[in-house]
Design a protein around this ligand. Structure first.
Ligand SMILES: [Zn+2]
Length: 306
């Protein structure tokens, strides 16, 4: 594969993702985040079990945001126990995708109440089955048994008082999916953005389960309205970031979408758009976690109403 040059637009983006990370962030030799990290007093990030998992230690127990993949849940369980053996009070889900919820049963430990959007519970009662993407086989996820599902469902918003802080849950109707909830920990000034933000490349947008490009952009704008320059923003995947990182991410999305749209207006087919490599200068080589052709496939299908 030819070495791709970064355009000036994305250079600050990449620098930003590096420089805005907590400087004390522990990293192993593969430059991967290790195990768990305290991002604020009593708030921990566990990054390597499918998605970014957050643990808040309160006086009476633990509040955990997302539960990763089921296949990693034994290990995640022991990392959480290592943080604290206090009872688990709440599991909050950011949306219904398998990499965020399939550890729910194990991580809730029979004690925690699972909280998610109403649509997440509904979606998890049926199988998740999307068409293959650019020749990649997408695994069908069967319906979940009752003990993986939310005990408490929210609709538009919810405020949860925990650990002398208040956590504001806000739903977005048609963004990454139609089940998205972001959690803003007000006093600690930490925004848990779920998959409305990927700090490691192009996003996945689940257009088959209520997600839209337009809804994603609107959701990001709303998150930016809530955050200030000191807010720590935790994406669903990738390194911790901040408001400036999210602004750059929004700019990257907007630029990418407009390039794809321009080619579509010229009458190009999906294959022709992908072959012309319109986003090849945005992330070098395979540095985006989600490959360029997968993202183009999503944007093309969404904009053409498929
Ligand atoms: Zn997702």
């Amino acid at each position: 594969m030819k070495k791709k040059q970064l355009i000036p637009f994305c250079l600050p983006l990449m620098i930003c993702f590096i420089s805005i990370s907590n400087p004390s962030y522990p990293q192993n030799q593969e430059n991967k985040i290790v195990n768990k990290h305290m991002i604020k007093p009593n708030i921990f990030l566990i990054p390597d079990y499918g998605c970014n998992v957050i643990v808040i230690v309160g006086q009476e127990g633990l509040l955990i945001v997302d539960s990763g993949y089921k296949r990693f849940s034994m290990k995640l369980d022991s990392v959480i126990s290592d943080i604290s053996n206090l009872p688990r009070k709440y599991i909050l889900n950011t949306h219904f995708h398998v990499d965020h919820v399939s550890g729910n049963k194990k991580i809730s430990d029979g004690t925690a109440d699972i909280i998610a959007h109403d649509n997440a519970r509904k979606r998890m009662l049926s199988e998740w089955n999307v068409p293959d993407v650019q020749g990649r086989n997408v695994r069908v996820i069967p319906p979940y048994p009752e003990d993986f599902l939310a005990d408490i469902c929210l609709n538009d918003s919810l405020v949860l008082f925990f650990n002398n802080d208040n956590i504001q849950a806000i739903h977005f109707t048609d963004a990454h999916t139609d089940t998205d909830v972001v959690y803003y920990i007000r006093k600690a000034n930490v925004m848990l953005a779920g998959d409305l933000f990927f700090s490691n490349g192009f996003p996945i947008i689940d257009i088959y389960y209520g997600g839209t490009i337009d809804g994603c952009m609107k959701a990001i704008d709303k998150i930016l309205d809530i955050c200030d320059s000191n807010t720590l923003i935790i994406p669903g995947h990738g390194m911790p970031s901040n408001r400036r990182g999210l602004v750059l991410y929004r700019n990257m999305l907007s630029e990418s979408i407009s390039r794809i749209h321009k080619l579509m207006e010229q009458g190009k087919t999906l294959k022709q758009v992908i072959d012309s490599d319109p986003l090849g200068d945005i992330y070098e080589g395979d540095s985006s976690w989600v490959p360029e052709d997968v993202f183009i496939h999503t944007v093309f299908n969404d904009l053409s109403g498929k």
